[in-house]
Design a protein around this ligand. Structure first.
Ligand SMILES: Cc1cc2nc3c(=O)[nH]c(=O)nc-3n(C[C@H](O)[C@H](O)[C@H](O)COP(=O)(O)OP(=O)(O)OC[C@H]3O[C@@H](n4cnc5c(N)ncnc54)[C@H](O)[C@@H]3O)c2cc1C
Length: 328
């Protein structure tokens, strides 16, 4: 059994109180459902002096779906996102991604915000202290070399969130709150800007900042889908995933968005393929060419199950499948 390290628990009742606690405790970490963070703490990967539990922060729990779009609070459970009929109808890729996270019991506990802010993963990092000690530590924790890509100057741990690629494909914006010493300040930006291609400093959030929620634009007839490749269908992180969103207008594809997950330290937007498809009539040859471009968009290293080449080829196949289904 791996015990949790000792920590001080805070349960703030408002966003302002949560931000103030984070700002005042440099070694504090926010906790949502805890399905990722508590496991990592048991493995000795993190030892925050203070844990700021977000469950009682009302500002993080909203769910608004209207004609102009949707706002999903960071504390929404993945099961609620998965089951909401209006989300299924207008933002199918997001519902499909939420339904693909781990297993139903983790979807009941885990939150959308925790999934979007998920830590990066690697064979050489997500292990017990005993395992990491015997193997030799890595760049991300306690060591000075990357075990997955020896000689590399940065960490190649993989961002394995299921919902983030789907949200980015759907044009989501992140709403983030920070503490200015007196009150909470809100700002919004495209979700893709939250991520960094670096397995260690994976998200662009300061110590005194929290993700408040995700804003989705009006769906305007956009069709979308999400496909995930994993070893065990019942419960597993993605080894490669693809989210696609597009709409058909007068026989041509518009607003095409293709985003890859679990193939790099951040979600990857397949710009070349999107450009090729934008405004074009779908044909099997064109969709094949687009999928080939998607396959060339990433260069994963061997730090997950399966070979990097296999994971890339899965992304190509899944992209073609999604495009073929959506561009009818
Ligand atoms: C066996 C197993 C299988 C899993 N499989 C998958 C999978 O297939 N796909 C997948 O995507 N995930 C998977 N997970 C990871 C995890 O369960 C989910 O990603 C879940 O959505 C995390 O949400 P949470 O609320 O539990 O996050 P937490 O564990 O509470 O937090 C996760 C991280 O986000 C930070 N955080 C949380 N909320 C906020 C906020 N509002 N603002 C800023 N930072 C915040 C925390 O500090 C922490 O670093 C798996 C976990 C386990 C144990």
């Amino acid at each position: 059994m791996m015990p949790l390290p000792k920590f001080h628990l805070e349960r703030p009742q408002s966003l302002a109180a949560a931000l103030r606690l984070l700002a005042e405790s440099p070694d504090a970490l926010p906790l949502a459902g805890g399905t990722d963070l508590l496991v990592s703490m048991k493995q000795g990967l993190y030892a925050p002096g203070t844990v700021v539990d977000l469950k009682k922060v009302p500002e993080l729990g909203s769910l608004e779906i209207g004609a102009g779009g949707a706002f999903l609070g960071a504390a929404l459970k993945l099961a609620a996102v998965r089951d909401e009929p209006a989300l299924k109808e207008r933002y199918a890729a997001l519902s499909e991604a939420a339904a693909a996270v781990a297993s139903p019991n983790i979807q009941n506990m885990g939150t959308l915000g925790g999934n979007v802010c998920l830590d990066t993963r690697c064979w050489y990092f997500n292990q017990s202290e005993f395992w990491r000690h015997s193997k030799g530590y890595c760049l991300k924790k306690d060591g000075d070399i990357c075990q997955a890509a020896p000689g590399a100057k940065r960490c190649f741990a993989v961002f394995s969130s299921d919902t983030a690629p789907a949200l980015i494909a759907l044009g989501a914006r992140a709403q983030v709150a920070s503490w200015d010493g007196e009150s909470a300040q809100l700002r919004e930006f495209p979700l893709e800007e939250l991520y960094r291609e670096d397995g260690i400093s994976r998200i662009a959030l300061g110590q005194d900042e929290l993700l408040v929620g995700l804003r989705l634009p009006e769906s305007r007839g956009v069709k979308s889908g999400y496909l995930k490749y994993r070893k065990r269908g019942a419960i597993d992180y993605p080894l490669a995933s693809v989210a696609v969103a597009l709409r058909m207008a007068d026989g041509v594809m518009k607003d095409v968005r293709i985003v890859l997950g679990a193939l790099a330290s951040a979600p990857v937007i397949a710009f070349e393929a999107m450009e090729l498809l934008e405004g074009a009539q779908p044909s099997p040859e064109l969709l094949t060419r687009a999928a080939e471009l998607v396959g060339k968009r990433t260069c994963p290293v061997k730090n997950q199950a399966g070979t990097p080449a296999h994971r890339k080829s899965i992304a190509r196949v899944y992209c073609q499948r999604l495009l073929t289904g959506l561009a009818k």
